[in-house]
Write a protein that binds this ligand. Structure first.
Ligand code: FPP
Length: 252
C-alpha cells in the first residue's frame, strides 16, 4: 500500500480537477460487515465527508459536490430517514467553526423545503454563515435528484415564458443551465462513485455530460485520502476530448 505522501507526489498540481462530485455509497454495507446498525455506517460516513472536504481544500479543488440524500432516499424506512436528517443537521453545526476557519462555503442543492425543520434550520444557518467564504465550495445535495432539478428548471422557464419575460427562442443551453439548482457552479470534471455500483442514480444528469467517471469498490466510510488521491491520479491519466480528436486536443 503506497502512503499518502507518495501518492500526492504523483499528482500533477497544474491539472487538479476544478470540480469533483461524489456519490457516497456503501455506508449500510460497511456497517453490516461489522455487525453494526446502518446508522453506525452513516455516522462513519460523516468522518469520510470531513476527510474528503479537507483533502479537496488541500489539493486546491474549487468545488466539491456531495450526494448526501436523494429524492428517492425519502422512501427508506422512516427511522433511517430520521437518523440521517438528525445526523446531517448535527454534523453541519458541529463542523461549522472548522469550515469557517478553512474558508469553505456551503451551498445547499435540492428541495430543501422538504427537510425537517430542525435539520433545515441548521443547514440554512451554515449556508448563510459561510456565504462570504472564498475557498472550496462544498455543495450538499439534499432531497435532490437530477430529474427533479431539470423539471423545476423547465417549470420556471415555462412560467417566465407565459409571463412574457423570456421568449422560447432565447432559451439556450446556458439559459437553461442558469435555472438549475447548481447555477453558477461549473460542471464536474470528475465524478466519483464509491461502493462498487456502476450507475449514476439520478445525480447531476445535465452537468456530467463531459465529466470523467470513476467507480471504486471502496465503501464510503473507508474512502480515505489515499483512495481520493488514487481517483485524482486516474483522472489525470485520461485524455478529455470534449468531442474533438486526440490531435486537436494535443495541439490546443
Ligand atoms: C449511501 O449509503 C449513503 C447515504 C444515503 C447517505 C450519505 C450521507 C452521509 C455520508 C452523511 C452525510 C453527512 C453530511 C454532513 C453531508 P447506503 O446507505 O446506500 O449504503 P448501502 O448501499 O451499503 O446500503
Amino acid at each position: 500500500m503506497q502512503d499518502l505522501d507518495a501518492l500526492i507526489r504523483q499528482i500533477d498540481s497544474s491539472r487538479i480537477p476544478r470540480h469533483v462530485a461524489i456519490i457516497m455509497d456503501g455506508n449500510g454495507r460497511w456497517a453490516n460487515l461489522k455487525g453494526l446498525p446502518r446508522s453506525a455506517g452513516h455516522a462513519e460516513g460523516v468522518s469520510a465527508v470531513h476527510r474528503a472536504t479537507e483533502f479537496s481544500s488541500d489539493m486546491g479543488i474549487r468545488f466539491l459536490t456531495l450526494y448526501a440524500f436523494s429524492t428517492e432516499n425519502w422512501n427508506r424506512p422512516q427511522q433511517e430517514v430520521d437518523t440521517l436528517m438528525h445526523l446531517i443537521g448535527w454534523a453541519i453545526e458541529r463542523e461549522l467553526p472548522e469550515l469557517l476557519r478553512n474558508n469553505v462555503r456551503i451551498r445547499l442543492i435540492g428541495d430543501i423545503d422538504r427537510i425537517p425543520d430542525d435539520a433545515r434550520r441548521r443547514l440554512l444557518d451554515a449556508e448563510k454563515a459561510t456565504e462570504h467564504c472564498t475557498g472550496l465550495t462544498l455543495g450538499m445535495c439534499l432531497s435532490y435528484s437530477a430529474r427533479w432539478e431539470i423539471t423545476e428548471a423547465a417549470r420556471r422557464l415555462a412560467s417566465k415564458a407565459q409571463k412574457g419575460e423570456i421568449a422560447p427562442e432565447d432559451i439556450s443551453e446556458s439559459v437553461f443551465d442558469s435555472h438549475l439548482a447548481t447555477a453558477g457552479i461549473p460542471d464536474p470534471d470528475l465524478l466519483i462513485r464509491t461502493g462498487g455500483e456502476h450507475r449514476i442514480s439520478n445525480f447531476l444528469l445535465w452537468q456530467i455530460a463531459y465529466s470523467e467517471l470513476y467507480f471504486t469498490p471502496v465503501l464510503w466510510p473507508d474512502f480515505d485520502k489515499e483512495a481520493y488521491a488514487r481517483a485524482i491520479i486516474d483522472f489525470q491519466s485520461r485524455e478529455r476530448r470534449f468531442g474533438m480528436t486526440s490531435a486537436q486536443v494535443q495541439n490546443k
